[in-house]
Design a protein. Structure first.
Length: 355
């Protein structure tokens, strides 16, 4: 169940805060998934079914009628709703609204998504949050933050005023290159009413397009617990950087001044496609109200090991494996394609297109 912590206003909720639902932005023939569309759509269907069994599900797609036909007849349909909207791709974590509790209730921050530092087109995805709020799908005060580039996958909140992020991503010159680290920190602390930011200066995954999003490397599981990717093979290309990341995590302290409870997650065995290593990671899990969905990669021993670790980290929540081998072909995983919204945010209206 969601952790019971003191509700502060304003604050950036942790992912384990009570949720109203989850957004998926569906793959279609005009996305980079075209060459393997059926395979990745089956993965999205699996994720959608697991979400809809437990919470409201908002599917954003330019082709709602086509997607409806893909969904299985035994899916829990009352929880599934559609928003018809043009999209470039499927990474809802990075183009979705970031929800804030403030003195006036819920605010929805709309930052610019620029395709992870101008790597990919994002003009349509960058309009989704405005479209969703205008349509009444997302309830809250719309806040235009389009003067700042920020992706949801690049930040982790403990819900109590601490933000965890990576310097490689947030200091990327193709995001907010006109600002230095101090200016970026001051901006984020003001926008999210933070007490502090913890910057990870090490850690990466080969094949990652995001410049080391924090949700691929290290995740808050409670205000005093961080799960992180660990590499134990000295011959693996990640070994040095992930060891340096681990060493830095050991220096971090909670707001009370205590060391964090650090829980290592295994690094999946190398998965390659056309000679390129893909960024498989078990850190890319999704925390829901009563469950944790986590990615698996057709590596039974390590998949099970990761699930057992998450089971210990989230007692009382169902731990649900989802085969995400197709997702990493486009260099993302389960958390990357989802965006959770706190209680009260997702509100369906006649303007939305229910299934």
């Amino acid at each position: 169940m969601p952790y019971q912590v003191e509700l502060r206003a304003p604050h950036l909720p942790a992912e384990w805060a009570l949720q109203s639902g989850i957004q998926l932005t569906w793959p279609h023939a005009d996305t980079d998934w075209a060459y393997m569309l059926e395979e990745v759509q089956q993965c999205f269907i699996h994720i959608a079914c697991e979400i809809a069994r437990r919470e409201q599900l908002l599917i954003v797609t330019p082709h709602p009628d086509e997607v409806k036909k893909q969904l299985p007849a035994d899916m829990y349909l009352p929880n599934v709703h559609f928003l018809s909207c043009q999209t470039n791709d499927t990474w809802a974590r990075d183009h979705g609204a970031i929800s804030i509790w403030d003195a006036d209730g819920l605010s929805l921050f709309d930052f610019t998504f620029n395709g992870w530092g101008l790597k990919f087109p994002a003009d349509k995805d960058n309009l989704i949050t405005r479209h969703a709020t205008q349509a009444g799908v997302l309830k809250g005060r719309y806040i235009n933050r389009l003067g700042f580039v920020l992706e949801g996958g690049s930040i982790e909140s403990d819900g109590q005023g601490t933000l965890l992020t990576t310097s490689q991503c947030l200091l990327s010159p193709n995001r907010n290159g006109q600002m230095n680290q101090t200016e970026i920190e001051e901006y984020l602390c003001s926008a999210f009413s933070l007490q502090r930011i913890l910057w990870l200066d090490h850690g990466y995954l080969a094949g990652d397009d995001t410049d080391s999003h924090i949700d691929t490397l290290a995740r808050f599981c409670s205000p005093d617990t961080i799960a992180y990717v660990q590499c134990t093979d000295p011959d693996d290309e990640h070994y040095k950087e992930l060891r340096l990341m681990e060493d830095q995590l050991k220096t971090f302290r909670t707001l009370e001044g205590n060391p964090y409870n650090l829980v290592p997650l295994p690094l999946p065995d190398a998965i390659t496609e056309e000679g390129e290593r893909l960024p498989a990671t078990y850190a890319n899990f999704l925390i829901m109200n009563d469950a944790v969905l986590y990615p698996t990669y057709r590596q039974p021993e390590k998949d099970e090991q990761a699930g057992n670790i998450l089971r210990d980290l989230f007692p009382g929540r169902e731990i649900v494996p989802v085969d995400c081998r197709p997702l990493i072909c486009q260099h993302g995983s389960l958390h990357c394609v989802t965006m959770q919204y706190p209680a009260g945010v997702i509100q369906f209206s006649p303007q939305t297109d229910p299934i």
